[in-house]
Design a binder for this molecule. Sequence first.
Ligand code: SF4
Length: 342
Amino acid sequence: MNAQEQREAMLYEPAGDGKVRCRLCAHRCLIPPGELGICHVRKNIGGKLVSLSYESIVAVHVDPIEKKPLFHFLPGTRSLSVAAAGCNFRCEFCQKWQISQAPREGRILGGQKISPTELVSAAQRHRCASMSYTYTEPTVFFELAYDTAVLAAGKGIKNCFVSNGFMTPEAVETIAPYLDAINVDLKAFRDETYRRVMKARLEPVLSCLKALVAAGVWVEVTTLVVPGLNDSAQELSEIANFIANELSPDVPWHVSRFHGDYKMSDAPSTPLETLQRAMEIGREAGLRYVYCGNVPGHDGENTRCHQCGTLLIHRLGFSIQSNRLVEGKCPDCGAEIAGLWK
Ligand code: SF4
């Protein structure tokens, strides 16, 4: 495929001498002619930035929305989940490294060409209430996600991102009109950790989270609790307080169990006591909804009323066992439960 046929990237500008500046994520790569950005899926071809991943879809699955995880967003519905190769982070514990890190490691992109129209048709065929751009990092396959999201929104299908939250304000502003929900990984609360382990920075993620909430996108936050990396009570408390005070006490926080993977395959799994302590820290910070991830059968999978404590949504893994919400309210005390319920 030649440069004329490839999908031109969104959000970039000429930067002199044939170079271009990508404005999609906070790396803001300055890319000379013939070179790739840090994500390795955006290339400067003759002064034009193109998305190499637009036609390299590496995964399409029908998932329960709970798997994203999004717990306060159309519970019990299906989401057509789509991924293209690549990522702008290099997390040493990545659980999807085979597809997220393939371009950077020099492996061929692979994947298949599926048009946005075909993706939306597949979502309709499988009776999906939403599309999810997930598994890898949707920011770096932004054009595919954007084109599909616009079409999906026109058909009454919602759109969700599962993201590391490293988008620029311009990217948030561009996708927000079509983005209904997002789960953002807040992986640590130390810039040093972001720089050393993820090869990124913390501040842009915090700014992105605030911008998403301000734009009216439904936001949930996930922290994969990795022993020795981000599991101190102090750091977990800083994350919880940021969510409660800078975003909203209504933003759900998922604290997830880590299992060794990629370059940290020998690292121990997160002890259950650490996750339980993280949940307590979240509640003490004032968060109304704190969930425990990757521990099927734990009570922390369930939604309880923040006011009276009654069980509202009973989950087992990714499946809904019962849902007692009545028009987004607790049937016992009438408290409003934040989220998008239908
Ligand atoms: S999306 Fe890729 S090319 Fe653009 S700034 Fe981020 S890492 Fe660089």
